[in-house]
Design a protein around this ligand. Structure first.
Ligand code: PFF
Length: 448
């Protein structure tokens, strides 16, 4: 089948919003606050920002360059630049599929919690035990999470089916500003709570005695997941960028926005947590168990919790769209399916995987892979193995294998932009990033 002309994104702003839509997600609002809370708050934040700047940013520029140099899906892009490196694209497509398997499930939970907030069900309970029981009853039930997960998958499918411009670009232009408005309103509200300042102090005042090698490794893993790098998403999105898009500025803007959202999420959550005297390190359940309890103590609790879960839905949706697009674009261009058929194939396959992952928290809990249920093993395999491996090989490919002229042409828009930080960029990509990533990777495999 011959392809019609490839879609391109509108202007500068579209490139930033679409890529930021992928980056900003549950990783920022659900995962970042509890990981920071577990790892010493402010100290973690400082290390995290360093990881984003030194490793995340150069890698994002590298992925953008691969995508725009080839104008192809993740597999096609690496193959077009060097046939032997197409495995990096396959690694990305596989990782996107596996991440969607559990990410869709958590996204479904946010939708269910939004409904419970609106109907007032969440406001019925008062103690932490009641919220825990409610959460466990919910995720363990066979059909309710499946229902919400399916709704979320179909919403993602619908946007993808509309295409790159009408679906992905337009939704990002609406959803991203909405997300910022909600987040800022919630942050202001949270800061005004009694004891709010104490929570803020915990989050922003670094205590470096808490920092060890493990903190650095955790921060790096979080940065990877949060920025959506090491997986081919940024390659796929950049394949739709215009020739005049400035890749460095776009990457810088996306990393700043992503970090800002993580910061704001911390500002929403820690003052609220401190104001009711809950341990900030209460883990992944922070958002689904601790927060509903906190909202409940507030005037207008239904409104605040509905708005908060709407925020999570919006953040999750722009990320699931990007993961879905990695697979859809691959099937469309490499298997020569129509875009519609490719989107349905992706939706069908992820629906089966997400259903199994969801059931693995309840009736299928007995099925274990290396001691973990399916949901946890998908999370572990992607965050701890496929993403760091993808990041490491991307550095090696772009830093050492890719023709330097191709990289220069992308970063400078064919010589139209100055490239003052060339030496630093190449040093980071060739030496520092791969060295650090190798350490993370070995650590995740339990080598230390
Ligand atoms: N960056 C997203 C988040 O922070 O929730 C998750 C994600 C999206 C990871 C897309 C990887 C990806 F390719």
């Amino acid at each position: 089948m011959k392809h019609t002309q490839r879609a391109t994104l509108g202007g500068k702003l579209s490139a930033v919003l679409v890529a930021a839509g992928s980056s900003v997600g549950l990783g920022n609002i659900w995962r970042f606050p509890y990981v920071a809370g577990d790892n010493g708050g402010g100290a973690f934040l400082a290390i995290y920002i360093l990881c984003v700047l030194i490793i995340g940013l150069p890698l994002m520029i590298a992925e953008f360059s691969v995508g725009r140099a080839s104008h192809k899906n993740a597999v096609g892009a690496y193959r077009a630049l060097d046939r032997k490196w197409s495995f990096l694209g396959y690694n990305g497509v596989l990782a996107a599929f596996l991440i969607l398997g559990f990410y869709f499930v958590v996204s479904g939970w946010t939708a269910e919690y939004m409904v419970h907030s609106v109907t007032g069900e969440l406001a019925r309970y008062t103690t932490a035990e009641e919220y825990t029981a409610m959460f466990e009853r919910f995720i363990g039930s066979p059909w309710r999470p499946l229902l919400y997960t399916s709704v979320f998958i179909l919403a993602t499918h619908f946007i993808i089916a509309l295409g790159v411009q009408k679906g992905i670009e337009r939704s990002a232009k609406v959803l991203m500003p909405l997300l910022f408005v909600i987040l800022v309103a919630l942050a202001i509200h949270s800061l005004l709570m009694p004891n709010g300042a104490e929570g803020l102090k915990f989050f922003l005042k670094p205590d470096f005695s808490k920092i060890g090698p493990a903190t650095v490794l955790t921060a790096l893993g979080q940065a990877f997941f949060s920025l959506s790098i090491g997986i081919g998403t940024m390659v796929t999105y950049a394949s739709y960028f215009k020739p005049e898009t400035n890749l460095r500025h776009t990457a810088l803007n996306v990393t700043i926005l992503d970090t800002l959202v993580a910061l704001l999420a911390g500002i929403v959550i820690f003052p609220a947590v401190f104001s009711v005297g809950i341990e900030p390190s209460s883990g992944p359940s922070l958002v689904f168990i601790t927060l509903p309890g906190i909202f409940n103590g507030m005037p207008w609790s239904m409104v605040w919790s509905s708005v908060f879960f709407l925020l999570l839905i919006v953040a999750a949706l722009t990320s699931t769209i990007s993961l879905h697009e990695v697979i859809t674009a691959y099937m469309h261009e490499e298997w020569h399916l129509s875009r519609k058929a490719a989107a349905w194939a992706t939706t069908g396959a992820t629906m089966v995987l997400a259903a199994l992952a969801s059931l693995s928290l309840g009736v299928l809990n007995g099925w274990k892979i290396c001691g973990l249920n399916l949901f946890d093993s998908l999370d572990y395999l992607t965050a701890n193995i496929l993403l760091p491996a993808g990041g490491f090989f991307t550095c090696i490919f772009v830093g050492w294998r890719l023709d330097r002229k191709v990289l220069e042409a992308q970063v400078t828009n064919d010589g139209h932009l100055p490239f003052r930080i060339r030496k630093v960029f190449v040093f980071l990509l060739r030496y520092l990033c791969p060295a650090v990533l190798l350490l993370v990777f070995l650590d995740n495999l339990g080598a230390f």
